[in-house]
Design a protein around this ligand. Sequence first.
Ligand SMILES: C[S@@+](CC[C@H](N)C(=O)[O-])C[C@H]1O[C@@H](n2cnc3c(N)ncnc32)[C@H](O)[C@@H]1O
Length: 352
Amino acid sequence: MPEPPPDLPRPHTRRRRYPGRNPRDFHDKYKELNAEQYPADVEKVLASGRTPAGTHRPIMVDEVLRCLRPGAGEVAVDCTLGGGGHARAILDRVRPGGRVIGLDVDPLELPRTETRLRAAGFGPDVFVARHANFAGLPKVLAAEGLTRVDLILADLGVSSMQFDNPDRGFSYKGVGPFDMRMNPLRGESAAQLIARSSEEELARLLDENADEPHAHLVARLLKQQLFDTTHAVDRLLRAGLTTALPRLAKADVKMSIRRTFQALRIAVNDEFSALDALLRSLPQCLAPGGRVAMLTFHSGEDRRVKKAFQAGYRGWVYSAVAQDVIRSTKEETFANRRASAAKLRWAVRAPD
Ligand SMILES: C[S@@+](CC[C@H](N)C(=O)[O-])C[C@H]1O[C@@H](n2cnc3c(N)ncnc32)[C@H](O)[C@@H]1O
C-alpha cells in the first residue's frame, strides 16, 4: 500500500491472519518484529533459546570486549555493524571522547540499526554508520579523515535479521527468492550464479567454500533445472540426494543442503575475497598497540584469520596474537544456538 501524504490520517490496517494459535511465518510474528512494543513476548522468545524475528543477538560480547579492551577516547571500527549489538557495547566504553564507525554492506538493515543507535542516545559525534564493504577499509577511514584506529572488530557472515527474513533468500527453512545477496542492489543472486556457472565450477565452489563431500552430485542436481526460490532448491536437493544415495541418513542430507546454501552465500557475496582484503589492510589501519578481534563461523574463515595473525606475529606486525581460539560459554551456547559455531581470535598491532 502506498504511504498516505503526511497530512492525511493513516488508514487502519488489519494484521494478517495466520493459521493456529501462534504465528509461524516470519512476517506474521508481529510482536517479535516490534520488540519495543511487546517486551514481555520478546523476553519469552529469548528465554526459550530462540532469537526473536527481525533481531540479532550479538555473540560473545564479553569475550570480544576482553580482547578489544576499549577505553575512553579511543576510535573503533565495527566492520560488520549488523544489528549494532557489539557496536553499542563498544560505544558505552569509548565515551567520553571516542567514537565508533560502523560499516555494513547491507543497505536495508543499516539505516534501521543507525536509527536504533541514535534512539539509544548515540549522536553523530560518537557514532557514524557507513554503507561500505570492509574490503575497502583504508578508503573508508580516509573518507573519515583517519589513517589508523585503535580498535577493529569483524563479526563475519550474516545477521539473524538477514538470515531469518525469507525475502532475503539466505535460508532453506523459509520460502523466498533464491537471492542471498547482503547487498541486494548489486551483483547477481544465487539463482543467477547457478544459471551462469558450469557443473564443474559449482562442484569446485561447493568443495572449496564448504567442504561438501557430495559436491559433484549436488552440482549436477543444481544444474538439472532452473529455479528461483529457496524452497525449490531445498526440495530438489532433498529428493535428489535421497534418490542417488539411499543410505544417506536424513541428518546428513540436511547437512549437505545446509553446506550448499553456505557455499553459495559465500560465493554470491565474495566473502573470502573481502576477508582476505581486510586481513591484508589491518596492519596499516591499526595504530601501534591497537587491537583487532574477529569472530568467524566456519573453518574457511577461521583458517584465513589464524594464518594472517600468525604470519603477522612472525613478521613483528603484531606484538601478540591469540594462541588458541576462544569459544562461547556453555551458557551462551545453550541460550543462543548460533553461538556454537563461533570462533574468536585477536591480535595486537606492534609498534612501528
Ligand atoms: C554477524 S552480523 C554482525 C552482527 C553484529 N556484530 C551485531 O552485534 O549485531 C554480520 C554483518 O556483517 C555484514 N557484512 C558481511 N560481510 C561484509 C563486508 N564484506 N563488508 C561489510 N559488511 C559486511 C552483514 O551484512 C551483516 O550485517
